[in-house]
Design a protein around this ligand. Structure first.
Ligand code: EPU
Length: 347
């Protein structure tokens, strides 16, 4: 008998589990061995078993930022750790501990219902709480790293539970210490710090448009939540209806000199300020300019309302998606001299 089976509350193990409904691209994928993790305590025994049997392994949360191959050999850990609790709340801030398997949008809605605003700009992002810090999810001028106090995780290398304070997480645009060290940590809980001093953050152009400056009342958290839901519903496809993984490419950051040169040829180039000496370009605009918006390539394509999103019209495979991504990357590189980086993880 293996150690995982010996544990008092072992993780459920299912061989040959279909994951089509567990990835937002809707790709047909089968996990050779799927472990359902409902509590952090189940992880050490599972990881011992994986090490003993020298299995390949990976973690799957909501499957909203992954491109799955048709067969996933070895072990796939399905992180279903639920639950959220208010650890403390004083005049300065509320501290919340949230299980890695909690759906992200449900958490955002719950914080607002319980009078703890701050996360409203991040409404309707698919995926789980545990996946959110890996790529430091961000939208409409806010990144999740700003609201994280610490992360509880299992450190696979040291076979021990660890708590990483925010500073150790090295959050940056769509980046973190976890992303830089793939296979090292399994996030179990995220502790959020939501300051009581709340301010509307509506500078981002698309969001600002929803709140005319001459309006009588300034928007509250609930208004922003609804506005963000409205924009996202319009611009981004609902994964339940059409398979996708949100933005497929990161917005590329280029040196100022290259930006100035491009601007001479493309006066309407969309870009944002970035670190000193750098400029971030809107990848969606670059792809749109290459004529890809709404195009299909077999079962996959580019979403009609947002060129940054690749979609699976049904029956597409990881190879189809990567084939289309290659066409887009090549064309954008030829036209603008800019290399796009793929955002979702390819297992
Ligand atoms: N644009 C086009 N054509 C397109 C798409 C965009 O011209 O087909 C232009 C838009 O007009 C706009 C600019 O490009 O001027 C930027 O587009 P948008 O405001 O839609 O934002 P984005 O850069 O495409 C980023 C995030 C999204 C996030 C939004 C809102 C990345 C890679 N993506 O998209 O994140 O929701 O900003 O903050 O940073 C995600 O990561 O899955 C995601 C959806």
């Amino acid at each position: 008998m293996t150690r995982a089976q010996n544990a008092s509350n072992p993780a459920k193990l299912t061989p040959h589990l279909g994951l089509k409904h567990r990835n937002t691209f809707g790709l047909d994928a089968v996990a050779e061995l799927a472990y359902e993790i409902h509590s952090p305590e189940q992880i050490p025994a599972v990881m011992s078993e994986i090490a003993e049997q020298k299995l390949a392994w990976r973690v799957l949360g909501g499957g909203s930022n992954v491109i799955l191959p048709s067969a996933l050999p070895g072990a796939t850990l399905l992180i279903d750790i639920l639950g959220q609790e208010i650890l403390s709340s004083d005049e300065e801030a509320a501290y919340l501990s949230v299980g890695a398997g909690v759906p992200w949008h449900e958490l955002v809605a719950w914080t607002l219902e319980n009078n703890m605003p701050g996360l409203e700009n991040l409404a309707l992002i698919p995926g789980t709480v545990g996946a959110a810090p890996i790529q430091n999810i961000g939208a409409y001028g806010v990144e999740i790293g700003e609201y994280i106090d610490r992360i509880e995780a299992f450190d696979v290398k040291d076979h021990a539970f660890v708590t990483l304070p925010k500073e150790a997480c090295r959050f940056a645009y769509r980046d973190s210490y976890f992303k830089q060290n793939p296979g090292r940590f399994i996030v179990t809980k995220v502790v959020f710090k939501l300051p009581k001093a709340w301010q509307a953050r509506i500078d981002y152009a698309d969001l600002a448009k929803q709140f005319p400056a001459n309006a009588n009342a300034s928007p509250g958290p609930e208004d922003i939540f609804l506005a963000v839901c409205k924009i996202r519903t319009h611009k981004l496809p609902d994964p339940k209806v059409i398979g996708n993984a949100g933005s497929f490419f990161q917005n590329p950051v280029i040196p100022n000199e290259q930006y100035e040169t491009l601007l001479k040829s493309y006066a309407d180039l969309v870009s944002y300020p970035d670190l000193p000496g750098k400029r971030k370009l809107a990848a969606g605009w670059l792809i749109d300019q290459c004529g890809f918006k709404g195009q299909r390539m077999g079962a996959v394509g580019v979403y009609e309302n947002q060129a940054l999103v690749l979609v699976n019209h049904g029956g597409g495979t990881a190879e189809d998606i990567l084939g289309l991504a290659k066409c887009i990357r090549d064309k954008v590189h030829d036209k603008f001299g800019v290399t796009l980086q793929i955002e979702p993880n390819f297992f």
